[in-house]
Design a protein around this ligand. Structure first.
Ligand code: DGJ
Length: 529
């Protein structure tokens, strides 16, 4: 059996405001993609999907591992499919993040084995407000927690034995988008009702009271530490807090069992509420910003919580999870907005990874596709520049912004290295019609007055940052090219009409490029002298 030394294990940490995933002791940028739900159920699918994703410049694939496939008969484990995925990923120089579809996947329990689902006495279901059993296992089921934990521990032991030296598998997501779905937002089984009428466990109330000043709004407003019962302590949030606590306790047991075997970073993902949805319309008690303090008390073994962001307010959701102290990793996001959101996640939020959903549906690299920046091109450039990006993240020398036709303002500005970068969506010349509905850029300071700008769909003007001095800024040069093997290669120098006579960086409206921009300053007086 191979023994992994603790200091070699992948680990997640925060470094000077940057989220980092350490792999073999070095920070690693996850240029990821999650597979569709039915894309990793056979070994053969690995042979067709993984080489294609490697060709599309992904470096990490998030792949489900289903409980019903690894333990079809109680106590008998079959890891042949997982083994093949790990072997093919390794051949393709890809990493994997395994998604443990155990007792819950999108609230429901479809991935639990039939021997679990058919025995509702041993593995109780949640009960709806109408008194009907749901196709959702109850987190109060002691045998359910024991069996899910046993299967997960067996998986982690196996991955350890197969992979602890190579570290092809970087992290594990435990369960998927958990929470109670149904009116009322709480399990109404006799056991749940009994516990709900009883006192709130002291571990929870004491932990919340100790962190009272930091509680997020959703829970702070409801929390009454002097009360003892769930309804009295949490008011209208009681049903959801109750579910969060018991889901958290269940997952804590699973994670603890898994980490005893192989302590990879383990995180939970969340199906985010839509505006005006109520608990139970979205999975009630999932790991949301408002329930974070409950999860931290219930499941301290979970390394972090991550949002699956399909809503348009991508940036706000990243910020809400960040504000709760989570390192930034987006395990699922819309594929059609991936190019912009990847730049935002890695550049502005200084996250360690981004992973849109259903990436196995992408066409092969050279297939004709819709006009627009292609994720493969973005990932290729980010991969070549990952060393620079990781350093810039740690130094705080990286920013990013995204603009849409529907953005509230037509321009957005970011400040970096003594300059302001003012961006607006690309327009045609001379008609000035919008040429794209979306634009995004990541900006990195390479040296004083020298920047790499990665993106598409924007026109950018440069101003001296008035907080630094009262000089003015000019463009010394703009080059389009690429960075690789530690050096910059210029393909085109942009000037004349292509730089608006030296006044703007005019990014390609439809294709992703890397630009190197050198700026100069003139006039003014240094206010800092
Ligand atoms: C979020 C889930 O986590 C995924 O497994 C998938 O079901 C997507 N939603 C949407 O299809």
């Amino acid at each position: 059996m191979l023994i992994a030394r603790a200091q070699d294990l992948p680990a997640v940490r925060m470094e000077n405001g940057a989220s980092q995933l350490m792999v073999h002791g070095q920070p690693f940028l996850v240029l990821g993609g999650e597979l569709g739900n039915s894309s990793a159920g056979t070994a053969a699918q690995a042979d067709s999907i993984l080489p294609r994703l490697a060709q599309l410049h992904f470096n990490t694939v998030l792949a489900p591992v289903a409980w019903d496939q690894i333990e079809p008969v109680e106590g008998q484990f079959d890891f042949s499919i997982v083994d093949h995925w790990i072997a093919v990923a390794r051949q393709q120089h890809l990493h994997l993040v395994l998604l443990w579809f155990g007792s819950w996947k999108n609230a429901f329990s479809e991935y639990a084995p039939a021997w679990v689902l058919s025995d509702t006495r041993r593995f109780p279901r949640e009960i709806s407000a109408e008194g009907l059993p749901l196709e959702i296992l109850s987190p109060l089921g002691e045998q359910t927690a024991a069996c899910d934990s046993r299967a997960f521990a067996a998986l982690m032991r196996h991955v350890h034995d197969e992979d602890a030296t190579d570290e092809t598998v970087l992290m594990v997501q435990v369960e998927n988008e958990i929470g109670f779905l149904g009116p009322g937002g709480r399990d109404r089984s006799a056991e749940a009702n009994r516990l709900f009428q009883g006192p709130v466990p002291a571990e929870l109330s004491c932990s919340l009271a100790a962190h009272r000043s930091e509680l997020p709004q959703g829970i702070a407003a409801a929390f009454n530490p002097a009360a003892t019962s769930w309804p009295a302590m949490f008011g209208s949030a009681a049903d959801e807090v109750f579910m969060a606590w018991y889901y958290g306790r269940f997952v804590s047991q699973v994670v603890e069992a898994g980490k005893k075997e192989y302590a990879l970073p383990m995180y939970m993902n969340a199906q985010l509420p839509a505006p005006f949805e109520r608990a139970g319309e979205y999975p009630s008690g999932g790991p949301y910003p408002a329930t974070q303090p409950v999860y931290r008390a219930a499941a301290p073994e979970v390394d972090f919580y991550a949002p699956d962001i399909y809503w348009p307010d991508f940036e706000q959701w990243v910020e809400r999870y960040q504000a709760e102290g989570n390192p930034v990793f987006v395990p699922e996001a819309r594929l059609d907005a991936a190019t912009s959101n990847a730049l935002y996640t890695l550049g502005e939020a200084r996250g360690f990874g981004f992973s849109p959903f259903a990436v196995d549906s992408l066409p092969v690299a050279d297939a004709p596709g819709p006009i627009g920046p292609r994720l493969a091109d973005v990932y290729e450039a980010l991969g070549k520049m990952s060393g620079l990006i990781l350093q810039a993240q740690e130094k705080g020398a990286i920013r990013a912004l995204v603009l849409h036709e529907s953005s509230p303002r037509p321009t957005r500005t970011l400040a970096l290295g003594g300059f302001l970068f003012r961006a607006s969506l690309s327009r045609s010349w001379p008609a000035r019609n919008l040429e794209t509905a979306d634009g995004a850029m990541m900006v990195m300071e390479a040296a004083p007055h020298e920047f790499y700008v990665l993106g598409s769909g924007l026109s950018v003007t440069f101003l001296r940052d008035p907080d630094v001095d009262n000089q003015q800024a000019g463009i010394a040069s703009i080059e389009e090219g690429w960075y690789g093997d530690g050096r910059w290669v210029t393909e085109r120098r942009l000037n004349g009409d292509q730089s608006d006579q030296g006044r703007e960086l005019l990014m390609d409206p439809h294709a992703f490029h890397v630009y190197r921009v050198k700026l100069y300053t003139y006039g003014g007086e240094n206010l800092n002298r």
